[in-house]
Design a protein around this ligand. Structure first.
Ligand SMILES: Cc1cc2nc3c(=O)[nH]c(=O)nc-3n(C[C@H](O)[C@H](O)[C@H](O)COP(=O)(O)OP(=O)(O)OC[C@H]3O[C@@H](n4cnc5c(N)ncnc54)[C@H](O)[C@@H]3O)c2cc1C
Length: 471
């Protein structure tokens, strides 16, 4: 290991290589549940540096774990074999190469922090719609590598739909130069798609060309109380019909969300009284000549008049809107505060979402009555985070056993619904075996062919989603 470290320093210069204690923070997952190690952390400043680093790794036979903001929740960005892997962090490659208002596009380096990029885009009067709780820390390259979703998917699509082009350093150090900003380009197979959602298993994304939208200068948010999850789904359908494409977010939360959020942020003001069975948080936004406040008012008049919505508050200022979203975001932190727990990220067809949640929660409750289920998520995408919280005062071994059991139960119910074990977070190392066991023969064959053609020495993020290519 010592000689490897010296070789990296000799080849790349000390400025690009972190060693010793400095490595540790790059080897700890976002929740702090797992800490590993690495030979070194490489921190390139340019695409040329990345290419050089990748060639040195190839020469030394060292594997590479690419890392953006390390906010992924499936152990994809942290090594699992410290003796034979380096972390390659994109954090220094954070320049915005250009924002082109006339073309509705931008080119940004992979290490740019999502919220910082969005702020710059906003300064230029435009809008980049990707929005997630981790946006103050996650980086564009990580978003593309996980094909991140977030709260605006129902209107703007997953990250994949926002990407126009990519620059990628391949495992042999060569550069795929695909930073086109063309909207329409049907010259054969679209190679960039291979790298979107690949979680660093095929190459290192160094820059991304993305679509920009007109800034929605009118936004209105409502938090609504309902009698059941079925009613939430009915409300979503109604909102799609009545508010058409101006509906930009639609989340559901259980009443426990408020308790969890206040455990994380005790000063949060409760936005509404009452204890309803289910809550919907929805946002309508638009630009130009439309009047979204009027639309929200008329929509709510209708659904409250029909008795579909029991109670609600509407945010009329940015600060009020932020307060409503804080509940949704802080509930994640509240769960983390209760200790290690199962976090799932599953999807089913929208028409079956309420049945799935009911069946899965019941199955978990029957087997593990001492655990608490917390189901919430992006209704419009059929995406549920059905999390399971074991009692925090149990010994760690017992907590882990319950997490394992709950995961198995939920996945079995999910299989019956032909759902996906990963709606947005990806596979990483955490879901690798669940992913492997659900692959069809043909899918496995195609994925193995892609992996071995692009990364024949299997040095890109081993242990993650394509690790079966080794077999
Ligand atoms: C509070 C919170 C809320 C979240 N909400 C959402 C949500 O709503 N929707 C959602 O989809 N996700 C969500 N996530 C998960 C996470 O934020 C996303 O997956 C995000 O896209 C990861 O970006 P990152 O830069 O942190 O990537 P990392 O965690 O650093 O990496 C993720 C994966 O991509 C690879 N990778 C990173 N950068 C590159 C690169 N430049 N080239 C090649 N491979 C690379 C890594 O090896 C790893 O496999 C949330 C996470 C947190 C902590």
């Amino acid at each position: 290991m010592q000689s490897y470290q010296q070789k990296f320093v000799d080849a790349l210069g000390a400025d690009l290589v972190l060693l010793g204690e400095e490595v540790e923070r790059y080897c700890r997952d976002w929740h702090g549940d797992v800490t590993t190690g690495a030979i070194a952390v490489l921190r390139p400043r340019s695409t040329e540096d990345v290419s050089k680093a990748v060639r040195i790794c190839a020469e030394l036979g060292v594997a590479i774990v690419p890392q953006g903001g390390n906010t992924g929740l499936v152990l994809g960005a942290t090594p699992d074999a410290p003796e034979s892997q380096v972390v390659l962090s994109l954090e220094r490659m954070n320049a915005i190469r250009r924002i082109d208002v006339d073309d509705f596009s931008a080119v940004v380096e992979a290490g740019a922090i999502l919220s910082e990029f969005k702020d710059k885009v906003e300064e230029a009067g435009m809008f980049f719609p990707l929005a997630l709780g981790a946006q103050g820390s996650c980086r564009i390259g990580g978003n593309v590598s996980t094909n991140a979703g977030g709260i605006n998917v129902l209107r703007y699509g997953m990250t994949r739909e926002l990407v126009l082009g990519l620059e990628v350093v391949l495992p042999d150090g060569s550069v795929f130069e695909g930073l086109s900003t063309l909207r329409k380009d049907n010259r054969g197979i679209d190679l960039k798609q291979l790298f979107i959602g690949a979680e660093g298993t095929l190459g290192i994304i160094t820059a991304v060309a993305v679509k920009l939208m007109p800034m929605p200068d009118q936004v209105t948010t409502a938090l609504l109380g309902l009698n059941s999850l079925d009613d939430v789904i009915a409300l979503y359908r109604r909102a799609r019909r009545d508010c058409c494409d101006l509906l930009s977010a639609f989340e559901f939360m259980p009443p426990l969300a408020f308790t969890l959020a206040r455990e994380a942020m005790p000063d949060l003001a409760m936005p509404m009284s009452g204890d309803h069975v289910a809550y919907a948080l929805l946002e309508i936004s638009g630009s130009g000549l439309v009047d979204v406040s009027d639309l929200m008012e008329r929509f709510l008049e209708g659904v409250m008049g029909d008795g579909l919505v029991v109670d609600g508050v509407v945010a009329t200022s940015k600060a009020q809107s932020r307060n409503l979203w804080l509940f949704r975001e802080a509930m994640n932190e509240g769960q983390a505060k209760r200790g290690p727990h199962l976090r799932t990220d599953v999807s089913v067809p929208l028409s079956r979402l309420a049945d799935f949640v009911r069946d899965a929660e019941k199955a978990v409750h029957d087997a593990l009555p001492e655990c608490v289920c917390v189901s919430y998520g992006h209704v419009g995408d059929g995406n549920v985070h059905l999390n399971v919280l074991p009692p925090g005062d149990l010994p760690r071994r017992e907590i882990d056993a319950r997490i394992y059991r709950a995961k198995k139960i939920i996945n079995e119910v999910l299989d019956g619904y032909h759902g996906s074990i990963s709606a947005e977070h990806g596979i990483g190392r955490l879901k690798k075996s669940d992913f492997d066991t659900r692959l069809s023969e043909v899918r496995r064959k195609l994925l193995t062919a892609a992996k071995t053609a692009i990364d024949p020495d299997l040095r890109m993020n081993p242990g993650c989603q394509l690790s079966f290519a080794r077999d």
